[in-house]
Design a protein around this ligand. Structure first.
Ligand code: AMP
Length: 281
């Protein structure tokens, strides 16, 4: 497995891959790899000749009071895991390589961002879309792999690929969970012991909603209220949002019908956790 930190060197490598007619599967991450990431790598491994993983904690997608500095990082461990999973090349640039100066051009996302994380993390998806536009142009993948854990990100990337005519296929991969249901996340290590015990209540609230909907509940407000109660009773966290929306449009709905996403964000002391399920009702 190769590791490169320079865009120039990566360009040369990509040129070689393309010249030899290889297809490229690309998994963008912020590192501190867990099984959620490894599952994306496996999916990419199955469908492509070459698998490229990027590890870059992108300052542009963090707000001023967010956890850019304290975001967990362990490149040595990540490289070992990536090699074991059959990654061909890890691209791990530093911030100066990706942004040698203050960016003069950024992507502004206008659709699908006035809800969920886009509303509570203003500018977050502009940062995501900007870095992905750069990374897609650098890596030139045939397919890009994203996790449904960040379902709003999947929706935004789908729009980005379409509107900017990137010849890249988007693959959205299911959420990988701990045995107790908690969605795997690099940020889970930032939970206290007590918070870690409470955190599975987030997914439990989603399963409560799913059961209620399957039993015929059509009212969004009732679902949200049940989830809110369940999270408030079982965690010390603060609910950032609970929303039920049409998916992938992320538009408001009156009654629960068709493809919907139920999404939740909860703030603990040092970690804000998100989770969601999508249903076809
Ligand atoms: P991150 O490193 O958090 O930016 O995540 C990189 C990619 O891994 C994104 O496409 C995430 O949606 C995906 N991902 C993160 N956690 C999980 C998970 N538990 N299951 C599946 N995919 C995940």
């Amino acid at each position: 497995m190769k590791q490169l930190t320079s865009i120039n060197e990566l360009n040369t490598e990509i040129h070689q891959y393309k010249h030899l007619g290889n297809t490229i599967g690309y998994v963008p991450t912020m590192g501190y790899l867990h099984e959620g990431h490894l599952n994306l790598i496996e999916a990419a491994r199955k469908e492509n000749d070459i698998v490229i993983l990027s590890i870059f904690v992108n300052p542009l997608q963090f707000g001023p009071n967010e956890d850019f500095d304290s975001y967990p990082r362990d490149i040595k461990r990540d490289l070992e895991l990536a090699a074991k999973c059959g990654v061909d090349l890890v691209f791990s640039p530093d911030v100066a390589e990706m942004y040698p100066s203050e960016p003069s051009y950024t992507v502004i996302v206008k659709n699908r961002v006035n809800v969920l994380c886009g509303r509570s993390r203003v500018g977050h998806f502009d940062g995501v879309a900007t870095v992905l536009t750069k990374l897609f142009n650098i890596v030139q993948p045939n397919r890009a792999y994203f996790g449904m854990k960040d379902a709003q990100q999947v929706a935004v990337v789908e729009g980005l690929l379409k509107e900017f005519h990137f010849p890249i296929e988007l693959r959205a991969i299911e959420t990988i969970r701990e045995q107790d249901g908690l969605a795997k996340s690099s940020r889970n290590v930032k939970l206290s012991e007590q918070e870690r015990k409470e955190a599975p209540a987030i997914y439990r609230s989603l399963t409560i909603a799913e059961t209620a909907i399957k039993n015929g509940e059509k009212s969004k407000d009732i679902i949200i209220e049940q989830m809110m109660k369940s999270i408030e009773q079982n965690t010390s966290g603060t609910i950032d949002y609970i929303e039920v929306l049409a998916y992938p449009e992320l538009q408001d709905i009156e009654v629960i019908k068709g493809k919907v996403i139920i999404a939740v964000a909860v703030k603990f002391t040092n970690a804000r956790l998100i989770d969601n399920i999508t249903l076809d009702v």
